[in-house]
Design a protein around this ligand. Structure first.
Ligand SMILES: C[S@@+](CC[C@H](N)C(=O)[O-])C[C@H]1O[C@@H](n2cnc3c(N)ncnc32)[C@H](O)[C@@H]1O
Length: 495
């Protein structure tokens, strides 16, 4: 299959809600119970028996040697990861039930019917070989034993990757080197080229961005004590929320949609629900079901009947057109696909209604010595990056400049645009707060971290933690407060 075709097919695969790599399985309490494990195992065997015919093998792989294990593993992992993704995003659950497995099976069967089983294996091969090559590229060489166990890059596997090693060598992409009586696997020059091409393909079809976003929402789902840590890390943020609410133009009696409510810090604590009052209505959305669950709990505690919490993302709003007087977002715009979200928001606002948002902006880490030093283990990654983004050696982040956001508002057709540029205080209190909030929570530089193998990511986060201990001794509490740029911006929908 030509590269453009693979990209097109992978885009379709992802748009259908299918997931290949079980990254999300890590770091979660998710589990199958034994009956479901047996069920998925049996479905995987049946799917292979039914679809992996002689004709399909020849059509997809010609005379290339094939593995007995991979087709079944591929089906198993795709069903399990897709079911988990459905459980997370649709139901906010960490456990997988029969219903989600059957939904995942339905999605996969439809894909096989449309494209053939060989195509599923090609996509699986593309993603897994990307992960295999990534660990070899990052470390230069990995002992054969570690590679086969997958413990540095695919720690969820409970099978040997020796057949994938064999294919890599058969294709001329991997080689075995012997040093100090140990066999190591490394990439050949051809393997390095193929790796770069794979990064390009996965980038073009949005796979890499999607993976970062999935991980980000996943992080929020597990962020139990968001309020406490957020209030400590951002000492002036509650005041900024209140200032923004007063500036936004929201009035008593309005029907307001809030994007990215998390556990309700803006909805309840900053006073949005109180401001619209009994005659008004607040609908607050968040894609992370963990956050939706927590926001609902706080709604009950406060008997806030005028507030409805809905699990949804800003890019696909499950509401009728022209149905809100205003849409507001506090510290959530930077997690969205901006163009898509602005279009969706415009659709649901009534004519002459408005959208107001406050969000962090891109900032130059070099401007603050402490942050620069503390984040060095991650920023160093940017310097060693390969692929099309290698030219840009600053860490990639999802935050934008005020001009970029303003342009997007103008292009989306918002009128009477106004903005302010406040500063948020970030208190780098202690290593635990910084790692849990900044890195594992709100996900600074996830783009960089998601481009390294699993072990490297965990090691780097640990380095940030250890470094923090020294820096907290070196800098006083006052010096550990850093002001970062924010933007508030609002615009109106035409009549
Ligand atoms: C930093 S929290 C902000 C929470 C809160 N509004 C506040 O005042 O602190 C960002 C929230 O945005 C949510 N989010 C992430 N992607 C989103 C999307 N595409 N649409 C809407 N919300 C999103 C996250 O799940 C998270 O709960």
């Amino acid at each position: 299959m030509a590269n453009e075709d693979i990209t097109r097919v992978l885009v379709d695969f992802l748009q259908r809600g299918l997931v290949i790599s079980p990254w999300l399985m890590m770091n979660s309490e998710s589990r199958f119970d034994v009956d479901l494990f047996t069920l998925v195992d049996r479905i995987a065997s049946d799917t292979v028996d039914l679809n992996w015919t002689e004709e399909e093998k020849i059509e997809a792989f010609g005379a290339f040697p094939l593995s007995e294990r991979v087709p079944k593993t591929a089906v198993y992992e795709i069903i399990a990861s897709t079911a988990l993704s459905i459980a997370h995003y649709k139901f906010g659950d960490f456990e997988i039930y029969h219903e989600q497995i059957m939904e995942a099976v339905g999605l996969l069967n439809q894909f096989i019917a449309d494209y053939g089983f060989g195509t599923v294996l090609m996509l699986y091969g593309l993603v897994t070989s990307f992960e295999n090559a990534q660990v070899l590229h990052y470390y230069g060489k990995v002992s054969e034993k570690t590679f086969n166990l997958g413990s540095w890059h695919r720690p969820w596997v409970d099978y040997s990757l020796s057949d994938e090693l064999f294919w890599g060598m058969f294709s001329g992409n991997y080689q075995i080197e012997i040093h100090d009586s140990t066999r190591y696997v490394s990439l050949t020059n051809r393997g390095k080229q193929v790796y770069l091409e794979n990064i390009r393909t996965l980038d073009e079809c949005g796979y890499l961005t999607r993976r970062v976003r999935q991980l980000q929402i996943h992080n929020f789902t597990f962020y139990q004590n968001y309020s406490e840590v957020a209030n400590e890390f951002w000492p002036n943020m509650m005041q900024l929320r209140k200032n923004f609410l007063a500036w936004s133009g929201v009035q008593p009696g309005m029907r307001v949609l809030e994007l990215g409510c998390a556990n309700g810090l803006f909805t309840f604590d900053a006073g949005l629900a109180d401001l619209v009052g009994e005659k008004g209505q607040v609908v607050a959305i968040d894609p992370s079901m963990g956050m939706v669950y927590r926001a609902n709990k706080r709604k009950e505690e406060r008997n806030a009947d005028g507030v409805t919490i809905v699990q949804a993302a800003a890019e696909h709003l499950p509401f009728e057109s022209d149905s809100f007087d205003a849409v507001v977002a506090f510290n959530s715009l930077h997690f969205m696909d901006l163009t898509q979200a602005l279009r969706e928001v415009m659709r649901v606002i009534r004519p002459e209604g408005f959208f107001a948002t406050a969000h962090p902006l891109k900032f130059n880490m070099a401007e603050n010595k402490l942050v620069q030093e503390w984040m060095e283990p991650i920023t160093k990654l940017a310097k060693s990056r390969v692929g099309d983004n290698a030219k840009n050696q600053a860490p990639i982040d999802y935050q934008k400049s005020p001009e970029e956001i303003l342009d997007e508002f103008v292009n989306a057709g918002y009128l009477h645009i106004e903005q302010t540029l406040p500063k948020a205080a970030n208190f780098f209190k202690d290593p635990e707060t910084v790692v849990n909030h900044v890195i594992r929570g709100v996900g600074w530089m996830q783009e960089e971290l998601s481009m390294v193998p699993w072990k490297a990511r965990e090691d780097i986060i640990n380095d940030v933690f250890e470094l923090g201990k020294t820096l907290c001794e070196k800098y006083s509490p006052e010096e550990r407060i850093f002001l970062s740029p924010m933007q508030t911006i609002k615009g109106m929908k035409s009549r």
